[in-house]
Design a protein around this ligand. Structure first.
Ligand code: ATP
Length: 381
């Protein structure tokens, strides 16, 4: 029993496994303007796939280049497997990369392209042959080894690039908008393939995109970037249901935004609510994100309401929040219908309801209601 006790204590004292990749306080400035990276922290566990999602110019590619070693940070540190690699040359980092624009050597066959990183590392002919052949099979291109890049389709070229990036068993895989040049259908197919490949190989992956659907389709967690910083990191559901800022609310999914001033804050610690006096008149009751410390009495707030949350109120129906309006537009989108409702007190609200629900014709007057839990309050910045 005594032994067991000691073991338990030991286990509790064992520190968590260190992340496979850690980016700490990284800054990079190119000129006198705003920094491309203004202090970025990211940690990736072994086998995880994380998507960096952000608008053009938010710093995604710069961050990837810093991790890969093509760009030196002004400040901060990058560690891989616990080793500081900030000053290491790209070739010594053991990182595989795929970019949007095919960087295959045009005069080399697919097999020679894939063999290249192995040859650089001094692998012998026999093992090169075996590894190239299994990498081609992994990306579904067995039999295409002798083709030149120009004899392959765009999707096939990106598969070769992917095979070349993983053939030397890198510790980390970086993908920078690798399917940006492909059509929608092929893109969806490649996303599924990368996800399945990533799972099968268990390779830690950082994927860059500015396309939120791609981010949702691919990853365990998403880091939203804005102006050189990580605006929020979490699961797709965290970002959608509990956006930490107006930027994230608007960048991930559709959102209705109301602006107002914080009044009384109440409710239990795990589900605090705030009464909000709206700029447009009237009041709403909203919930505060768990652990939020930024909202105080009198704060300028953005209230975020996802378009599927409001429901239609019957005559006399009650809800914590309610508005009255007239349907201005109904757009059929397949599974859902998007309504634009002009509100009686000014402004409008966007709804997205399942198509099988009761249809509302333009001109219909509706009462809409939603709960405080459906409405997230964040500071208006
Ligand atoms: P995109 O989605 O358009 O590729 P991004 O999020 O990858 O954008 P970055 O390419 O990292 O953004 O650029 C971040 C900022 O740094 C931008 O303002 C860009 O103009 C600037 N920048 C990037 N590289 C350089 C460079 N070599 N010299 C000067 N400015 C640069």
């Amino acid at each position: 029993m005594g032994d067991r006790e000691i073991e338990t204590v030991k286990n509790e004292d064992t520190p968590e496994t260190p992340p496979l990749l850690a980016v700490a306080a990284v800054e990079r400035r190119f000129g006198p303007g705003a920094a491309a990276l203004a202090g970025v922290d990211i940690a990736l566990g072994a086998g995880e796939i994380l998507t960096l999602l952000g608008p053009s110019g938010s710093g995604k590619t710069t961050l990837l280049k810093v991790i890969a070693g093509f760009e030196a940070p002004d400040k901060g540190r990058v560690t891989l497997n616990g080793r500081d690699i900030t000053a290491l040359s790209p070739a010594k980092r053991n990182i595989g990369m795929v970019f949007q624009h095919y960087a295959l050597f045009p005069h080399m066959s697919a097999a020679e392209n894939i063999a290249f990183p192995l040859a650089m590392r001094g692998a012998d002919r026999q093992s090169i042959r075996e590894k190239v052949s299994s990498a081609l099979a992994l990306v579904g291109l067995s039999g295409y080894g002798e083709r030149l890049p120009r004899q392959l389709s765009g999707g096939q070229q990106q598969r070769v690039a992917l095979a070349r990036a993983i053939v030397f068993d890198p510790a980390l895989l970086l993908l920078d908008e690798p399917f940006g040049a492909l059509d929608r259908k092929l893109r969806a197919q490649m996303q599924a393939e990368v996800k399945s490949l990533q799972r099968r190989l268990g390779i830690t992956t950082l994927f860059v995109t500015h396309d939120q659907e791609e981010a949702l389709a691919l990853s365990d967690r998403i880091a939203v970037m804005n102006e050189g910083r990580i605006a929020q990191m979490g699961t797709a559901e965290d970002l959608y249901r509990r956006p930490a800022s107006r930027f994230v609310a608007e960048f991930v999914g559709e959102a209705n935004l109301f602006r107002g001033r914080a009044g009384v804050i109440g409710g239990p610690a795990h589900a605090r609510t705030v009464e909000v006096k709206l700029e447009s008149g009237g009041e709403m009751l909203a919930s505060l994100p768990p652990g939020d410390r930024s909202v105080h009495y009198g704060a300028d707030l953005a209230l975020v309401l996802r378009p599927e949350r409001p429901h239609r109120l019957d005559a006399g129906g009650t809800a914590e929040n309610r508005v009255t309006g007239t349907v201005a537009e109904a757009v059929y989108l397949g599974e859902t219908i998007r309504y634009r409702v002009a509100l009686e007190r000014g402004g409008e609200i966007l709804l997205r309801w399942p198509a099988e629900r009761e249809r509302l014709a333009p001109g219909t007057r509706v009462d809409l209601g939603w709960s405080a839990a459906d409405l997230t309050a964040v500071v208006w910045t």
